[in-house]
Design a protein around this ligand. Structure first.
Ligand code: NAP
Ligand code: MG
Length: 452
């Protein structure tokens, strides 16, 4: 029996010890999910909707407990953790609207009737990273269940606690046994089986681009469907005509939220050269003012990194030769802390500009004009999100169309709403989650012609 210790990253204390699921147990769970699928897809749309609504209500009734679990397991600030549990509830309520609205087409044809159906795929495997354990899980299992699939879900080994609780809440809400199973275990064991087991018809993966490529290649052997949400190196583009005070005051939260462990982190701030110095002057107090510390305190804005190993990786981006403009604060004592850090790269090839740091390190770079801003923003393998700060509506729209990224915000840093589509261009991913079409990613379109 392999076990894992779940560690609180703010205190380095062991929260609990868990047994990890083996390959044989994974196979058994996948086969249970396959058997449960026959009944689940036959549940009347209104009844499936009602079960998802009850699941949402169970999440809401346990929102504070889920949030506290995430604070202890992932070091998320309590404010963020409450939002994340609320997001699971909202995704489930939105998903509850799907079964009765999974509309097909009736297409005019000669000699008969032609109709389309959105058939469930079967068993869906969801592989979740440690950075947003609750929302990322729900973006997969909510619409997948709504469309009539059964789900096996693997949380990250570092952060399994909220997913395990969500699995219990589904059962308490009346979701039948085998329909939604949470399997804490290793990526190389449980995650790998999702890719290789032929009964799993789709893999939804969020995590590193490196592992995502491996998963895509593995799935290719069975032409298995995949949705991939991978890394990012998003740009926050600040034009001279923007409200500079607001752009500077909000920029830290666009990158340091969740300690920068966010695929949407705006980890490159591009500033028009004419206001570059002024922007840095305004940014400094904003960065120093980020409240870093005990994530369970209501006023805390940034907690620790997830692990000692991850902190070492983040720290490796700030080399002795790196020009550090200024840093924020970090508490003393135990915990995997790293301060908000602003760096001024020497060259476009600097690692801190080309690789995803996944920590509270942001690079600030000047640009000349609109075309230069778009060119720099697109000078990356990634294309997940980004922000554009300007008071010129035409420019906001031109630049929004020019930046190769899936999720942009103008004069804001918001990326995610459960009712709008989310996903990446280029090596940031494949497919979309959330939004009006969320369920279609978990169905096959079937066309039926009936001769009359
Ligand atoms: P990762 O290795 O990509 O892990 C993500 C998930 O995939 C985890 O549940 C992991 O399981 C699982 N996994 C790992 N190898 C697998 C395999 N061969 N087959 C199937 N599943 C597998 O990410 P990480 O190592 O935690 O983080 C590394 C870097 O990835 C970060 O520093 C960051 O740059 C990036 N990242 C991006 C996101 C994002 O939201 N886009 C999220 C997380 C990480 P276990 O970890 O439990 O073994
Ligand atoms: Mg890994």
């Amino acid at each position: 029996m392999t076990t894992t210790q779940v560690v609180n990253p703010a205190t380095e204390q062991v929260v609990t010890t868990l047994e990890l699921v083996s390959a044989a147990e994974t196979d058994a769970a996948i086969e249970r999910a396959q058997r449960a699928g026959a009944d689940w897809r036959a549940v009347a749309p209104g009844d499936r909707a009602r079960l998802l609504r009850r699941f949402a209500e169970a999440v809401d009734a346990n929102l504070e407990q889920l949030a506290q679990l995430e604070v202890a397991n992932a070091g998320h600030t309590i404010g963020n953790a409450r939002w994340e549990a609320g997001n699971v509830r909202d995704v489930l309520h939105f998903a509850a609207g799907i079964p009765e609205r999974l509309l097909g087409n009736q297409i005019p044809v000669a000699g008969g009737v032609d109709i389309t159906f959105h058939e469930p795929l079967g068993v869906v495997g969801v592989i979740v990273p440690w950075n947003f354990p609750m929302p990322i899980a729900a973006w997969g299992f909510g619409p997948a269940l709504a469309a009539g699939n059964t789900v096996v879900l693997k949380p990250a080994e570092l952060t399994p606690l909220t997913a395990i609780r969500l699995g219990e809440l589904a059962l308490e809400a009346g979701v039948p046994e085998g329909v939604f199973q949470v399997l804490p275990g290793k990526g190389s064991v449980v995650g790998r089986r999702f890719v290789t087991h032929p009964a799993v018809r789709k893999v939804v993966f969020t995590g590193s681009t490196e592992v995502g490529k491996e998963i895509m290649a593995g799935c290719a052997r069975q032409v298995k469907r995949v949705t991939l949400e991978l890394g990012g190196k998003s740009a926050n583009i600040v034009f001279a005509d923007a409200d500079l005070e607001r752009a500077a005051a909000t920029a830290p939260y666009g990158v340091f939220d969740n300690a920068g462990q966010d695929c949407c982190a705006r980890s490159r701030i591009l500033v028009q050269r004419s206001v570059f110095d002024r922007f840095l002057e305004l940014l400094e107090p904003a960065v120093r003012g980020v409240r870093v510390g005990d994530p369970s305190a209501e006023s805390t804005e940034m907690g620790p990194l997830i692990s000692a190993a991850h902190r070492a990786r983040v720290a490796s981006f700030v080399e002795p030769s790196t020009k550090v403009a200024f840093t924020g604060t970090q508490p003393d004592g135990p915990g995997f802390w790293y301060p908000p850090t602003v760096v001024l790269p020497d060259a476009p090839s600097d690692r801190v500009l080309t690789e995803e740091v996944f920590g509270p390190v942001v690079a600030v770079v000047p640009f000349e004009d609109e075309a230069d801003a778009v060119r720099i923003a697109n000078d990356t393998e990634y294309g997940l999100s980004g922000s554009i700060w300007t008071n010129n509506v035409g420019r906001a729209l031109r630049v929004s169309r020019g930046v190769e990224a899936g999720n942009l915000s103008v004069n804001s840093h918001s990326s995610v709403r459960y009712w709008t589509p989310f996903g990446g261009f280029k090596q940031s991913g494949l497919g979309r989650e959330l939004g009006p079409d969320a369920a279609l990613a978990f169905t096959e379109t079937k066309n039926v012609f009936i001769a009359t």
